[in-house]
Design a protein around this ligand. Structure first.
Ligand code: NOJ
Length: 748
């Protein structure tokens, strides 16, 4: 039993109970296990199966059309959960309809994709991860939970913790990027944010860790595509963020659409029963992804729906999202001995326990308070938190001649398709977030900040994808009169997210041509990017004076961009994913293997028979962990407390970081380790620690990390998770390219 369950069990005191008759009484609700056992004792097989069934309401449709009439099914008492119904009024109506038809008055659980905010939208998850700030991640999930819970939602389908090394995959925007260590820390923080200290608190919701597993490793970055990998890679790189959320108490998991080595996750007993519920001791429930069960037929793994239902229940899948298979075939599978009653009971119990934890048996309407909904949504403190998160997410990719920050005295021409955008700026999958009239555009943010409005102009010039040229001249005219040009460009929000993979990750349309026109004016050009994936920016890097990666920064995005451009906020974000020079380098990631023929670059005496491209450098354009600041951070004195690490010892690593610049600023100090020789080869470096801290101008801070043998463990040749004695290198710096180095030995 995890800590949360113990707390909840102890917390079962006298409360106002929504009794079986449908009226409020003040009975004492029994402790969870007793309560659920008693309830299940009264339930028929059909009623138990109903708990395993989820349908979508008519809200946002987040998958293929389902043929089922969900209202009829609720009236027949066939539904345990509904997704895509939000708002107090709507969810209350559905709950009422359910309670009127449910013999035992078992409340419906409402789920929704609350990914990076509910109404107050925070930066997309990839952007927020660029903050490398765990408190930012926790708070944004906390705010999202508070708003969603006030609006009748009990359960979010987040965090998405899929590691991905492929920017072609549209869903990289929803995750924490390419690194396991950073991704695990973020995943933990997000679950803590959504679920708080106690799921019974009215401002918390159930988290759902997704997509289990390895969904981000889809071949060629094409969504829903095949995954095949060694168990070692799966366990070392892809699974740890999932495990981190189990440690954080995540209440639910979602199976991924993909197969791994020929087995679709929805039917993967090894993943669900053996690893998740067995090895990791997960006590919550597992839901399929949208029609994931039915899709096992197309995968060629199930011969028909009944078979898919059998495979899923045997694998340890507890709830069927939208597919209607559990509803239609579980009884038949029971009768034919394909599944057991113990399996149905186990799934049902897990789901009922989650409902209990939320307090739904005490009062199914406790998340249905219209007044609370009104006073909670868009609270000032939430908007402030969203602004802080957006500011911390900005990554400064280039800043020649300190063209940034802009000065109030300068005339600035703001141009580009996203300059006054209020739609795309909050990003894809922005839950119930309002766009027009709510999201702060760059134009609005700049106008709030500049003292003399005559010094700024705003002209679009071109569209995002459209190739019409008729707007260009007006923008050029405005730019001619300026001291600096700022081009706000990027992708449509729906170019990333689900089912949004691309083979081309350049700036779309004629935006680059437009930039070339602007450059001809001979003035400094700053490029501000709104997008949800690493883009290929080689030309832009050559030709632009400054580049600011703003991602989709959310409701307060325009304010954050303006504050960053004008130096009210000093950028401190670092890339959570490698930016390639060209799409041909993909998959590209910092913690790759060395190979037997590593290419040493232009100085390598052997230029041909090396692991290299003949038409491109191997190195990325911007490495993982990279990001500039208006400050100038200098690293020195990388000292280890000992050069010999014993099996139960530790090393304290210290480094001095000086802010030699003219601005106070935050730096993300990163520590990487390389294990030089192993029973299986190890990556060229791996992130093992980071610390984001404020360093005032002129100040030097000593940053320390601790390394123990536990940090050096990996799956050895016998698939044992151990640290092998031998030599290691340590690198500390402001990116994965850090050069400051020291060494130690792990001794027996
Ligand atoms: C499909 C997506 O893959 C998943 O992330 C999402 O939670 C569900 N649809 C529900 O909308």
């Amino acid at each position: 039993m995890n800590k949360r369950s113990v707390l909840l069990l102890l917390a079962c005191t006298t409360v106002s109970v929504y009794a079986q008759k449908g009226k409020k009484t003040s009975t004492t609700i029994k402790p969870k296990s007793e309560f659920v056992t008693e309830l299940m004792g009264k339930m028929t097989v059909d009623e138990k199966i109903a708990q395993l069934v989820q349908f979508t309401a008519d809200g946002t449709i987040t998958g293929p059309k389902s043929g089922t009439n969900w209202v009829d099914e609720i009236k027949k008492g066939n539904v345990g959960s509904i997704l895509n119904a939000t708002g107090v009024d709507y969810t209350r109506k559905i709950q009422k309809m359910n309670l009127e038809s449910s013999r035992l008055k078992i409340p419906i659980l409402f789920g929704y994709d609350v990914i990076h905010g509910y109404k107050t939208i925070f930066p997309i998850t990839l952007g927020e991860t660029a903050s490398w700030d765990l408190e930012v991640a926790r708070i944004s999930s906390e705010v999202a939970a508070a708003e969603a819970a006030a609006s009748g939602v009990h359960w979010t389908f987040a965090p998405m913790v899929d590691i991905s090394r492929d920017p072609r995959w549209g869903r990289v925007s929803e995750g924490a990027g390419e690194d396991t260590y950073l991704g695990s820390k973020m995943a933990f923080a997000r679950v803590m944010g959504f679920q708080g200290k106690n799921l019974h608190d009215l401002n918390t919701i159930l988290a759902c860790t997704k997509h289990f597993a390895a969904y981000g490793a889809a071949e060629a970055g094409r969504d829903y595509n095949t995954v095949d990998m060694s168990e070692r890679l799966l366990r070392e790189v892809y699974l740890p963020p999932f495990k981190a959320t189990v440690d954080a108490g995540s209440a639910t998991f979602m199976a991924s659409f993909n197969e791994i080595a020929g087995v679709p996750s929805t039917g993967n007993k090894w993943l669900m029963n053996d690893i998740l519920k067995g090895e990791w001791g997960f006590k919550g429930f597992v839901v399929t992804d949208y029609t994931g069960m039915n899709e096992m037929i197309a995968h060629g793994y199930a011969k028909d729906e009944q078979h898919a239902g059998e495979l899923s229940l045997n694998a340890g899948i507890d709830m069927d999202m939208v597919g209607a298979i559990y509803l239609k075939y579980t009884k038949k599978n029971l009768e034919e001995g394909k599944v057991t009653m113990a399996q149905v009971d186990d799934a049902c119990r897990r789901i009922l326990e989650a409902k209990y934890d939320l307090g739904l048996f005490e009062d199914p309407y406790r998340y249905s308070d219209a007044k609370r909904e009104k006073t909670t949504i868009y609270k000032k403190e939430y908007l402030d938190a969203a602004l802080a998160a957006a500011n911390k997410s900005m990554v400064l990719l280039k800043n020649s001649n300190n063209v940034l920050p802009l000065k109030q005295t300068q005339k600035v021409a703001f141009v580009g398709p996203l300059v006054s955008d209020e739609y795309n700026i909050i990003g894809s999958w922005a839950a119930s977030g309002d766009r027009y009239g709510y999201a702060v555009s760059v134009q609005e943010g700049v106008n709030k900040l500049v003292t003399d409005k005559n010094k700024v102009s705003f002209t679009k010039g071109v569209e995002i994808k459209d190739t019409k040229r008729d707007g260009i001249q007006a923008a050029i005219n405005a730019a001619k009169n300026a001291d600096v040009i700022v081009a706000v460009m990027g992708e449509f929000e729906n170019q990333t997210g689900e089912a949004a993979s691309q083979v081309n990750i350049d700036l779309p349309g004629i935006q680059k041509e437009f930039l070339a026109e602007l450059k001809k004016l001979g003035k400094p050009v700053v490029l501000v990017l709104l997008n949800g994936r690493p883009l290929t920016l080689s030309w832009e890097n050559e030709n632009m004076d400054a580049i600011l990666e703003a991602w989709y920064p959310g409701t307060m995005g325009g304010d954050a961009i303006a504050q960053t451009l004008y130096g009210v906020s000093n950028p401190s974000g670092k890339l959570p994913m490698t930016f390639p020079r060209s799409v041909g380098q993909v998959p590209i990631y910092y913690n790759h293997k060395n190979t037997g023929r590593p290419y040493l670059g232009a100085s390598d005496p052997e230029q041909k028979y090396k692991s290299r491209y003949t038409d491109s450098d191997n190195s990325p354009l911007y490495p993982f962990g990279y990001g500039l600041s208006y400050s100038d951070f200098q690293y020195s004195n990388l000292i280890l407390s000992t050069q010999k690490l014993s099996a139960n010892g530790k090393i304290t690593v210290s480094v001095d970081v000086k802010n030699a610049g003219a601005y106070d600023g935050e730096e993300v100090v990163q520590l990487y380790v390389r294990d030089l020789v192993g029973s299986v080869t190890r990556p060229v470096r791996e992130l093992k620690g980071f610390n984001k801290l404020l360093i005032k101008k002129g100040e030097t801070k000593t940053v320390t990390f601790e390394i123990t043998p536990d940090d050096l463990r990996f799956y050895n040749i016998d698939m044992k998770f151990v640290a092998e004695p031998g030599d290691f290198e340590i690198y500390v710096g402001g990116s994965s390219d850090a050069t400051l180095k020291n060494t130690f030995e792990l001794v027996k």
